[in-house]
Design a protein around this ligand. Structure first.
Ligand code: SF4
Ligand code: SF4
Length: 356
Protein backbone atom coordinates (compact mmCIF):
# COMPACT_ATOMS: atom_id res chain seq x y z
CA UNK A 1 0.00 0.00 0.00
CA UNK A 2 1.13 3.52 -0.79
CA UNK A 3 2.20 5.18 2.46
CA UNK A 4 3.00 8.66 1.21
CA UNK A 5 0.26 11.27 0.88
CA UNK A 6 -2.01 9.62 3.44
CA UNK A 7 -5.41 11.35 3.21
CA UNK A 8 -4.27 13.23 0.10
CA UNK A 9 -7.08 15.67 -0.72
CA UNK A 10 -6.25 16.03 -4.37
CA UNK A 11 -6.31 12.27 -4.82
CA UNK A 12 -9.72 12.14 -3.14
CA UNK A 13 -11.07 14.86 -5.48
CA UNK A 14 -9.74 13.03 -8.50
CA UNK A 15 -10.89 9.55 -7.49
CA UNK A 16 -14.36 10.64 -6.40
CA UNK A 17 -14.74 12.99 -9.40
CA UNK A 18 -15.62 15.98 -7.23
CA UNK A 19 -16.39 19.08 -9.33
CA UNK A 20 -14.83 22.40 -8.34
CA UNK A 21 -18.26 23.85 -7.55
CA UNK A 22 -18.55 21.41 -4.63
CA UNK A 23 -15.10 22.06 -3.16
CA UNK A 24 -16.27 24.45 -0.41
CA UNK A 25 -19.07 22.22 0.81
CA UNK A 26 -17.57 18.79 0.31
CA UNK A 27 -17.22 18.07 4.04
CA UNK A 28 -21.02 18.24 4.42
CA UNK A 29 -21.50 15.70 1.63
CA UNK A 30 -18.58 13.31 2.13
CA UNK A 31 -17.23 13.00 5.67
CA UNK A 32 -13.53 13.74 6.28
CA UNK A 33 -13.03 10.07 7.24
CA UNK A 34 -14.64 8.89 3.97
CA UNK A 35 -12.46 11.36 2.06
CA UNK A 36 -9.35 10.02 3.75
CA UNK A 37 -10.27 6.40 3.06
CA UNK A 38 -11.11 7.15 -0.60
CA UNK A 39 -7.73 8.85 -1.00
CA UNK A 40 -5.81 6.03 0.68
CA UNK A 41 -7.50 2.95 -0.77
CA UNK A 42 -5.29 0.58 -2.69
CA UNK A 43 -7.50 0.20 -5.76
CA UNK A 44 -6.82 -2.63 -8.25
CA UNK A 45 -6.41 -2.07 -11.96
CA UNK A 46 -10.01 -3.26 -12.48
CA UNK A 47 -11.25 -0.49 -10.16
CA UNK A 48 -12.14 -2.78 -7.26
CA UNK A 49 -10.88 -3.12 -3.72
CA UNK A 50 -11.48 -5.48 -0.82
CA UNK A 51 -12.62 -5.29 2.77
CA UNK A 52 -8.97 -5.72 3.74
CA UNK A 53 -8.02 -2.68 1.60
CA UNK A 54 -10.66 -0.64 3.43
CA UNK A 55 -9.23 -1.80 6.75
CA UNK A 56 -5.76 -0.68 5.67
CA UNK A 57 -7.04 2.69 4.49
CA UNK A 58 -8.92 3.17 7.76
CA UNK A 59 -5.65 2.52 9.58
CA UNK A 60 -3.71 5.17 7.72
CA UNK A 61 -1.36 6.65 8.80
CA UNK A 62 0.26 3.47 10.05
CA UNK A 63 2.98 3.68 12.67
CA UNK A 64 6.07 1.49 12.72
CA UNK A 65 4.49 -0.49 15.53
CA UNK A 66 1.33 -1.00 13.50
CA UNK A 67 3.40 -2.17 10.56
CA UNK A 68 5.34 -4.69 12.59
CA UNK A 69 2.04 -5.85 14.12
CA UNK A 70 0.61 -6.25 10.65
CA UNK A 71 3.61 -8.09 9.36
CA UNK A 72 3.20 -10.58 12.19
CA UNK A 73 -0.56 -10.97 12.06
CA UNK A 74 -1.40 -9.79 8.57
CA UNK A 75 -4.29 -7.69 9.90
CA UNK A 76 -4.56 -3.94 10.38
CA UNK A 77 -5.12 -2.27 13.78
CA UNK A 78 -8.87 -1.61 13.35
CA UNK A 79 -11.53 -4.03 14.44
CA UNK A 80 -13.54 -6.11 12.02
CA UNK A 81 -16.72 -4.46 13.32
CA UNK A 82 -15.31 -0.99 12.61
CA UNK A 83 -14.43 -1.94 9.04
CA UNK A 84 -17.77 -3.61 8.34
CA UNK A 85 -19.59 -0.70 9.97
CA UNK A 86 -17.72 1.79 7.78
CA UNK A 87 -18.46 -0.22 4.64
CA UNK A 88 -22.14 -0.65 5.48
CA UNK A 89 -22.53 3.04 6.25
CA UNK A 90 -20.64 4.14 3.13
CA UNK A 91 -22.70 1.75 1.00
CA UNK A 92 -26.01 3.17 2.24
CA UNK A 93 -24.66 6.71 1.71
CA UNK A 94 -23.72 5.96 -1.91
CA UNK A 95 -19.98 6.30 -1.33
CA UNK A 96 -19.11 2.79 -2.48
CA UNK A 97 -20.84 -0.05 -4.30
CA UNK A 98 -20.64 -3.82 -4.42
CA UNK A 99 -18.46 -5.01 -7.27
CA UNK A 100 -19.56 -8.64 -7.30
CA UNK A 101 -17.62 -11.42 -5.61
CA UNK A 102 -17.21 -11.71 -1.88
CA UNK A 103 -16.11 -8.55 -0.14
CA UNK A 104 -15.22 -6.72 -3.36
CA UNK A 105 -16.24 -3.11 -3.78
CA UNK A 106 -15.75 -0.18 -6.09
CA UNK A 107 -15.97 3.53 -5.48
CA UNK A 108 -19.06 5.45 -6.43
CA UNK A 109 -18.51 9.08 -7.38
CA UNK A 110 -19.72 12.52 -6.42
CA UNK A 111 -22.59 12.39 -8.94
CA UNK A 112 -23.99 9.19 -7.41
CA UNK A 113 -23.43 10.34 -3.86
CA UNK A 114 -25.13 13.72 -4.43
CA UNK A 115 -28.35 12.08 -5.58
CA UNK A 116 -28.57 9.99 -2.40
CA UNK A 117 -27.45 12.90 -0.22
CA UNK A 118 -30.22 15.19 -1.55
CA UNK A 119 -32.84 12.45 -1.09
CA UNK A 120 -31.82 10.96 2.25
CA UNK A 121 -30.29 13.98 3.92
CA UNK A 122 -32.60 16.68 2.61
CA UNK A 123 -32.17 18.88 5.70
CA UNK A 124 -28.37 18.82 5.33
CA UNK A 125 -28.64 19.54 1.59
CA UNK A 126 -31.06 22.42 2.25
CA UNK A 127 -28.72 23.74 4.97
CA UNK A 128 -25.99 24.46 2.41
CA UNK A 129 -25.81 28.09 1.24
CA UNK A 130 -28.22 28.73 -1.62
CA UNK A 131 -25.44 29.88 -3.90
CA UNK A 132 -23.61 26.57 -3.34
CA UNK A 133 -26.74 24.50 -3.89
CA UNK A 134 -27.54 26.31 -7.12
CA UNK A 135 -24.00 25.85 -8.44
CA UNK A 136 -23.84 22.17 -7.47
CA UNK A 137 -27.33 21.47 -8.82
CA UNK A 138 -26.46 23.26 -12.07
CA UNK A 139 -23.36 21.07 -12.41
CA UNK A 140 -25.48 17.97 -11.71
CA UNK A 141 -27.99 18.87 -14.40
CA UNK A 142 -25.22 19.48 -16.95
CA UNK A 143 -23.65 16.12 -16.04
CA UNK A 144 -27.03 14.40 -16.48
CA UNK A 145 -27.64 16.14 -19.80
CA UNK A 146 -24.15 15.42 -21.13
CA UNK A 147 -24.49 11.77 -20.10
CA UNK A 148 -27.52 11.25 -22.32
CA UNK A 149 -26.88 9.53 -25.63
CA UNK A 150 -28.48 11.99 -28.02
CA UNK A 151 -27.39 9.87 -31.00
CA UNK A 152 -29.43 6.90 -29.75
CA UNK A 153 -31.84 5.21 -32.13
CA UNK A 154 -34.94 7.28 -32.83
CA UNK A 155 -33.52 10.27 -30.97
CA UNK A 156 -34.48 8.68 -27.65
CA UNK A 157 -31.56 8.62 -25.22
CA UNK A 158 -33.65 6.67 -22.69
CA UNK A 159 -36.86 4.68 -22.79
CA UNK A 160 -39.03 7.34 -21.11
CA UNK A 161 -42.70 7.77 -21.93
CA UNK A 162 -45.33 10.20 -20.74
CA UNK A 163 -48.38 8.41 -19.37
CA UNK A 164 -51.91 9.45 -18.56
CA UNK A 165 -53.20 8.60 -15.08
CA UNK A 166 -55.03 5.53 -16.42
CA UNK A 167 -51.89 4.32 -18.16
CA UNK A 168 -49.81 4.87 -15.00
CA UNK A 169 -52.33 2.88 -12.95
CA UNK A 170 -52.26 0.12 -15.58
CA UNK A 171 -48.45 0.10 -15.43
CA UNK A 172 -48.65 -0.55 -11.67
CA UNK A 173 -51.30 -3.21 -12.21
CA UNK A 174 -49.15 -4.97 -14.82
CA UNK A 175 -46.07 -4.96 -12.59
CA UNK A 176 -48.13 -6.27 -9.70
CA UNK A 177 -49.47 -9.01 -11.99
CA UNK A 178 -45.88 -9.94 -12.83
CA UNK A 179 -45.14 -10.27 -9.12
CA UNK A 180 -42.76 -7.32 -9.03
CA UNK A 181 -42.34 -5.42 -5.78
CA UNK A 182 -42.90 -1.64 -5.88
CA UNK A 183 -40.56 0.70 -3.96
CA UNK A 184 -41.24 4.31 -3.06
CA UNK A 185 -38.61 7.01 -2.86
CA UNK A 186 -38.38 10.78 -2.87
CA UNK A 187 -38.04 12.30 -6.32
CA UNK A 188 -34.35 13.11 -6.73
CA UNK A 189 -35.02 16.00 -9.14
CA UNK A 190 -37.32 17.84 -6.75
CA UNK A 191 -35.11 16.94 -3.79
CA UNK A 192 -32.15 18.51 -5.60
CA UNK A 193 -33.83 21.48 -7.26
CA UNK A 194 -36.82 21.99 -4.99
CA UNK A 195 -38.12 25.04 -6.83
CA UNK A 196 -41.80 24.20 -6.55
CA UNK A 197 -44.20 23.30 -3.80
CA UNK A 198 -45.10 19.96 -5.36
CA UNK A 199 -44.76 16.75 -3.28
CA UNK A 200 -41.48 14.85 -3.47
CA UNK A 201 -42.37 11.38 -2.13
CA UNK A 202 -43.73 10.21 -5.48
CA UNK A 203 -41.16 8.04 -7.30
CA UNK A 204 -41.97 4.36 -7.79
CA UNK A 205 -39.41 1.82 -8.88
CA UNK A 206 -39.41 -1.91 -9.50
CA UNK A 207 -35.68 -2.34 -9.37
CA UNK A 208 -33.95 -4.03 -6.46
CA UNK A 209 -30.80 -6.03 -5.72
CA UNK A 210 -27.20 -5.01 -5.07
CA UNK A 211 -26.49 -1.28 -5.47
CA UNK A 212 -30.18 -0.43 -5.94
CA UNK A 213 -31.91 2.24 -3.88
CA UNK A 214 -33.96 -0.31 -1.91
CA UNK A 215 -30.77 -2.19 -1.02
CA UNK A 216 -29.12 1.03 0.14
CA UNK A 217 -32.16 1.93 2.25
CA UNK A 218 -33.11 4.90 0.05
CA UNK A 219 -36.49 3.41 -1.00
CA UNK A 220 -39.06 1.42 0.92
CA UNK A 221 -41.33 -1.38 -0.31
CA UNK A 222 -44.99 -0.48 -0.76
CA UNK A 223 -48.09 -2.38 -1.82
CA UNK A 224 -49.61 -2.04 -5.26
CA UNK A 225 -52.60 -0.31 -3.66
CA UNK A 226 -50.35 2.26 -2.01
CA UNK A 227 -48.48 2.75 -5.28
CA UNK A 228 -51.75 3.54 -7.05
CA UNK A 229 -52.70 5.98 -4.28
CA UNK A 230 -49.34 7.75 -4.69
CA UNK A 231 -49.82 8.15 -8.45
CA UNK A 232 -53.43 9.30 -8.06
CA UNK A 233 -52.45 11.90 -5.43
CA UNK A 234 -49.60 13.07 -7.68
CA UNK A 235 -52.07 13.50 -10.52
CA UNK A 236 -54.30 15.62 -8.27
CA UNK A 237 -51.26 17.71 -7.40
CA UNK A 238 -50.75 18.36 -11.12
CA UNK A 239 -47.68 16.15 -11.62
CA UNK A 240 -46.99 14.45 -14.95
CA UNK A 241 -46.53 10.67 -14.97
CA UNK A 242 -43.47 9.36 -16.78
CA UNK A 243 -42.37 5.76 -17.01
CA UNK A 244 -39.44 3.65 -18.09
CA UNK A 245 -39.01 -0.13 -17.72
CA UNK A 246 -37.83 0.33 -14.11
CA UNK A 247 -40.53 2.52 -12.68
CA UNK A 248 -42.89 5.49 -12.75
CA UNK A 249 -42.09 9.00 -11.66
CA UNK A 250 -44.39 11.97 -11.21
CA UNK A 251 -42.74 15.03 -12.66
CA UNK A 252 -43.01 18.80 -12.81
CA UNK A 253 -41.46 20.75 -15.63
CA UNK A 254 -39.52 23.20 -13.50
CA UNK A 255 -37.47 20.73 -11.39
CA UNK A 256 -37.48 17.43 -13.28
CA UNK A 257 -34.34 16.62 -15.22
CA UNK A 258 -36.27 14.80 -17.91
CA UNK A 259 -38.36 17.83 -18.82
CA UNK A 260 -35.52 20.30 -18.36
CA UNK A 261 -33.34 18.20 -20.68
CA UNK A 262 -36.26 17.97 -23.13
CA UNK A 263 -36.52 21.73 -23.15
CA UNK A 264 -32.78 22.30 -23.55
CA UNK A 265 -32.63 19.79 -26.40
CA UNK A 266 -35.99 20.63 -27.97
CA UNK A 267 -36.68 16.90 -28.12
CA UNK A 268 -40.44 16.92 -27.57
CA UNK A 269 -42.60 15.01 -28.43
CA UNK A 270 -40.02 12.34 -29.37
CA UNK A 271 -38.31 12.22 -25.97
CA UNK A 272 -39.79 11.68 -23.52
CA UNK A 273 -42.22 10.02 -25.87
CA UNK A 274 -45.63 11.67 -25.93
CA UNK A 275 -48.45 9.59 -27.42
CA UNK A 276 -51.31 11.98 -26.76
CA UNK A 277 -52.25 15.56 -27.39
CA UNK A 278 -54.94 17.77 -25.91
CA UNK A 279 -58.06 18.90 -27.81
CA UNK A 280 -60.07 21.92 -26.74
CA UNK A 281 -63.73 22.36 -27.57
CA UNK A 282 -64.29 26.10 -27.36
CA UNK A 283 -68.06 25.62 -27.69
CA UNK A 284 -68.27 23.97 -24.29
CA UNK A 285 -65.46 25.93 -22.56
CA UNK A 286 -66.87 28.14 -19.80
CA UNK A 287 -63.71 30.20 -19.39
CA UNK A 288 -63.05 29.23 -15.76
CA UNK A 289 -59.27 29.26 -16.22
CA UNK A 290 -58.60 26.12 -14.17
CA UNK A 291 -56.57 24.62 -17.03
CA UNK A 292 -54.12 27.54 -16.86
CA UNK A 293 -53.13 26.58 -13.34
CA UNK A 294 -52.98 22.86 -14.16
CA UNK A 295 -50.80 22.95 -17.25
CA UNK A 296 -47.10 23.42 -16.56
CA UNK A 297 -46.22 23.67 -20.25
CA UNK A 298 -47.79 27.01 -21.18
CA UNK A 299 -50.40 25.53 -23.53
CA UNK A 300 -53.22 27.83 -22.41
CA UNK A 301 -53.21 31.57 -22.89
CA UNK A 302 -54.54 33.88 -20.19
CA UNK A 303 -55.18 36.82 -22.52
CA UNK A 304 -57.81 34.86 -24.45
CA UNK A 305 -59.64 34.02 -21.26
CA UNK A 306 -59.92 37.62 -20.19
CA UNK A 307 -60.71 38.74 -23.75
CA UNK A 308 -63.07 36.18 -25.29
CA UNK A 309 -63.94 34.45 -22.04
CA UNK A 310 -62.79 31.19 -23.61
CA UNK A 311 -59.58 29.23 -23.30
CA UNK A 312 -57.28 28.95 -26.26
CA UNK A 313 -54.60 26.32 -26.61
CA UNK A 314 -51.26 26.18 -28.41
CA UNK A 315 -51.29 22.40 -28.71
CA UNK A 316 -47.78 22.34 -30.18
CA UNK A 317 -46.58 22.81 -26.58
CA UNK A 318 -48.71 19.97 -25.18
CA UNK A 319 -46.93 16.88 -23.78
CA UNK A 320 -50.19 14.89 -23.62
CA UNK A 321 -50.16 14.27 -19.87
CA UNK A 322 -53.90 14.79 -19.39
CA UNK A 323 -53.44 16.66 -16.11
CA UNK A 324 -55.74 19.45 -17.36
CA UNK A 325 -58.44 17.11 -18.67
CA UNK A 326 -59.55 15.62 -15.35
CA UNK A 327 -60.17 19.04 -13.77
CA UNK A 328 -61.95 20.78 -16.64
CA UNK A 329 -65.48 21.28 -15.21
CA UNK A 330 -67.24 21.46 -18.59
CA UNK A 331 -65.55 18.55 -20.36
CA UNK A 332 -64.12 20.93 -22.94
CA UNK A 333 -60.74 19.22 -22.82
CA UNK A 334 -59.93 15.73 -24.01
CA UNK A 335 -56.89 13.74 -25.05
CA UNK A 336 -56.46 12.31 -28.52
CA UNK A 337 -53.94 9.97 -30.04
CA UNK A 338 -51.13 12.31 -31.15
CA UNK A 339 -50.40 10.50 -34.40
CA UNK A 340 -54.05 10.42 -35.48
CA UNK A 341 -54.65 14.02 -34.43
CA UNK A 342 -51.70 15.17 -36.55
CA UNK A 343 -52.92 13.15 -39.56
CA UNK A 344 -56.35 14.68 -39.09
CA UNK A 345 -54.83 18.20 -38.99
CA UNK A 346 -52.85 17.55 -42.18
CA UNK A 347 -55.98 16.22 -43.95
CA UNK A 348 -58.01 19.23 -42.80
CA UNK A 349 -55.31 21.64 -44.03
CA UNK A 350 -55.27 19.89 -47.44
CA UNK A 351 -59.07 20.16 -47.71
CA UNK A 352 -58.90 23.89 -46.92
CA UNK A 353 -56.18 24.34 -49.52
CA UNK A 354 -58.27 22.51 -52.15
CA UNK A 355 -61.31 24.64 -51.42
CA UNK A 356 -59.25 27.78 -51.69
S1 SF4 B 1 -60.70 24.30 -17.54
FE1 SF4 B 1 -62.04 23.74 -19.22
S2 SF4 B 1 -63.79 25.12 -19.04
FE2 SF4 B 1 -62.18 26.00 -17.78
S3 SF4 B 1 -61.13 27.44 -19.16
FE3 SF4 B 1 -60.03 25.50 -19.30
S4 SF4 B 1 -60.98 24.46 -21.04
FE4 SF4 B 1 -62.36 26.10 -20.45
S1 SF4 C 1 -52.47 20.94 -22.15
FE1 SF4 C 1 -51.25 19.15 -22.59
S2 SF4 C 1 -49.38 19.44 -21.41
FE2 SF4 C 1 -50.88 20.86 -20.59
S3 SF4 C 1 -51.80 19.75 -18.87
FE3 SF4 C 1 -53.10 19.41 -20.64
S4 SF4 C 1 -52.36 17.50 -21.56
FE4 SF4 C 1 -50.77 18.21 -20.13
Amino acid sequence: MEQSGCGDRERFFERFKVPNVAAWDIDAIVTPLEQRVIADLDISADGTFTLHDVALALSCPLTDTDLSFMSLEGIPPVSDDEVRGFISDSYSRGILSYAGGENRYRLSDFYGRLDIFAIKEQDEWRALPEVSRNAIEGWYFDAYYDGLDWDAEGGKPTDENILTLDEALQYIEDNDGDGRQAYLTDCDCRSLKGDCEKPTLVCLSYHSGPNSYPDRGVSRPISSREAKAVVTAADRAGLVHTANPWGVCNCCNDCCYLFRARERRGSGPVWPESKHIVSLNTDTCIGCGICLGRCGFGVFDESDLSGRGKASADTSLCVGCGVCVSTCPSGALSLSDRERALQHDVAAAQQTEKRA
